[in-house]
Design a protein around this ligand. Structure first.
Ligand code: UD1
Ligand code: UDP
Length: 362
């Protein structure tokens, strides 16, 4: 029996793990131990996903969150190492590009435990992003590089990674969308409670440090959404980081008078608002792809994206939040548009392929 110890801690990782943990559980020869670092800890940022996506509670919860990047990652590194020494897993599995990802991978690599990285090879080519640092370092020390796209595989080959360590499995978020997202309907009462009609509103999400921690960029986003809301309702589930920054910048009240601000949603409610939106404006990686899964036009409020296929295919447009007029024009231009019929994220069996590959490869 191969013991896989999964290290996770942030919202999108719980969602990704819902399908991979299920695949591990249904693969004879694999057993999983799950460690939650505590990076995200509010009930609506963590517990809700375990409940509604049918996941077992984590075996370990470290309760480590907040602080500067170094402090958070360092505390995780030390605590994850203790668990690894105790559990002696055969493989450590990590997802994406958060501080929990890097801490898990680094603790494992230093103990000579092979690391499996799901969502390997993504690059923004912007080393100012904490996520870019986390991804590059995690890829460097991983035994299995499970890539979601051709672009990600090509990035790794260009950096000198061996072809034999790369397995292009597709995107596990696509698996989740097929498995859980497909059953989401419009008639649960959520949209009515928010005064929203099908294809009659814009859904916004913002949480990236490059936007929340730059007052000018945050102000441009707020103003562009306020202007948009004059003609089309805007609903914005606020990430706790963003709520705090808006409050600090004194922007929250003016925003709340025109835009519907709500708490973070569970996955099924979020997918509902995505599916029935006229347009999605976001800086989230996961939400950009979900917009495409549900064929909703998307504006990405960043200077670059890792998911370049969707920009190339016309489903997504980059709108750097540097000028209100530019963002508003991008929103207007994207409304009522469709992109090309592309299939860049695999066949919906990424999770099964991750489990099979871990079982069969030494
Ligand atoms: C983190 C990831 C980011 C990912 C995002 C997913 C890093 C460097 N960043 O960003 O890549 O896209 O998660 O959502 O790992 N907070 C709460 N309650 C919570 C969680 C967070 O109040 O349940 C607040 C805390 O004040 C915390 C702040 O949000 O300090 C930021 O949280 P953190 O996990 O550091 O970064 P995210 O912006 O969530
Ligand atoms: N999400 C959610 N509730 C919300 C906002 C996002 O369930 O209020 C989901 C979203 O549908 C997607 C994932 O969280 O599946 C994306 O996570 P996030 O935007 O936090 O991080 P990123 O993908 O940018 O790393």
């Amino acid at each position: 029996m191969k013991k896989v110890l999964t290290v996770l801690g942030a919202r999108p990782q719980f969602i990704k793990a819902s399908v991979v943990s299920h695949a591990i559980a249904s693969t004879s020869g694999l057993a999983e131990v799950m460690l939650h670092t505590g990076q995200h800890y509010d009930a609506n940022m963590s517990e809700v996903f375990f409940d509604e996506l049918g996941m077992s509670k984590p075996d370990y919860f470290l309760d480590i969150h907040g602080g500067n990047h170094g402090a958070m990652t360092g505390r995780m590194l030390e605590a994850v190492e203790q668990v690894l020494l105790q559990e002696q897993p055969d493989v450590v599995l990590v997802y994406g590009d958060t501080n929990s990802t890097l801490a898990g991978a680094l603790a494992a690599a230093k103990l000579d435990i092979p690391v499996a990285h799901v969502e390997a090879g993504l690059r923004s080519f912007n080393m100012k992003m904490p996520e870019e640092i986390n991804r590059i370092l995690t890829d460097r020390i991983s035994r299995w590089l499970f890539t979601p796209t051709h672009t990600a595989s090509a990035n790794l080959l260009r950096e000198g990674h061996a072809q034999s360590s790369i397995t292009e499995v597709g995107d596990v978020m696509y698996d989740v969308a097929l498995h859980h997202g497909s059953r989401v309907r419009a008639d649960t009462g959520l949209m009515a409670a928010l005064g929203l009609t099908e294809k009659g509103y814009v859904l916004a999400t913002i949480h990236r440090q490059e936007n929340t921690d730059h007052p000018q960029r945050l102000a441009v986003i707020v103003e562009a959404l306020r202007v948009t809301a004059r003609t089309l309702p805007v609903v914005w589930p606020l990430h706790p980081r963003t709520r705090a920054k808006l409050q600090k910048a004194g922007l929250l009240e003016a925003l709340a008078s025109q835009v519907t601000l709500i708490d973070p949603l569970g996955y099924l409610d979020m997918v509902q608002l995505e599916k029935f939106a006229a347009l999605i404006a976001t800086d989230s990686g996961g939400v950009q792809k979900e917009a495409f899964f549900y064929r909703v036009p998307c504006i990405t409020l960043r200077n670059e994206t890792e998911w370049v296929e969707l920009v190339q295919a016309g489903w997504n447009r980059l709108a750097p939040p540097e000028d209100v007029g530019v963002v508003k024009s991008a929103i207007d231009a994207a409304l009522d548009t469709l992109g090309q019929d592309v299939q860049p994220y695999g066949a919906g069996d990424a999770a099964q392929r991750v489990a099979a590959s871990i079982l069969l490869t030494s």
